[in-house]
Design a protein around this ligand. Sequence first.
Ligand code: BDR
Ligand code: CA
Length: 303
Amino acid sequence: MGIPVVLDCDPGHDDAIAILLAAGDPALDLLGVTTVAANQTLEKVTLNARRVCTAAGITVPIAAGSAKPLLRPLRIADDIHGESGLDGPVFGPPTVPVVDEHAVELLHRLLPATVIATGALTNVALLLTRYPEDAERITEIVLMGGSTGRGNITPYAEANIHVDPEAAAIVFGSGVPVTMVGLNVTHQALVTPDVVARLEALGPLGRTCAELMVFFGETYRAMFGFAAPPLHDPVAVARVIDPTLVECVDAHVQVELTGTHTLGATVVDLDGYRGLAPNAKVAVGLDVDRFWDRVVGAIARLG
Ligand code: BDR
Ligand code: CA
């Protein structure tokens, strides 16, 4: 059996591929998918998780979680992910159900496991607050979020952390082993035309993925001027699949909660200026070719 993981996500184009990578790679045993409002409303991201699982024949339990951040109003990313949160392909009616249980309860029930978080950290923070003893039962939290440098929603904040910074602060302060996979590395996972062609060649599921990537590429070009879009979330999954795919260093990370212009920035003390003990592993490098082989291989296996 593979490494037991639960994926907490907000699909979302890159979250969709993260689900496929987590379900399709033999190194992992995907126990469940939980959803959190961020890229779109909770209702839409949960429907999207069902759509993706239905398209790929994934039958793990899916549970809906938090509809809004702990303290702040929800800010969605429809400019990147579209009206549905997963614009591009036409999906058939979803047949995979949502379980009658809050995401926090499903997460609690599925532990021990590694928690991979690719949306706002609201559900994970609520889990740690409601069930403090679960800190011992989470093998690791591997999150896509933050950056060692600049942001993507404000000059210094990355979207997943900025949407719910208080939740992120709880996670980084929890004492659970945390790995942060931020923009400084995910911006190397560019969906080039070559990657799109490899997906298209796989069959119906691969073609659906290619259509997702084409839409994602258009919004990234329009919003950020990227020639090819960065596939953030699967990089966090890849770190769990094979740690040698994503190089990490130990560092202290603090989430900016009071900055006038820097709310949600991750202050990553790579040089140890502050003299604080590291509280996270921070991604600093990606083996790009082997990453894409793993993503394409997982989708091929499912399709
Ligand atoms: C993160 O924000 C979302 O739009 C993506 O799904 C990813 O998780 C990148 O900043
Ligand atoms: Ca996401």
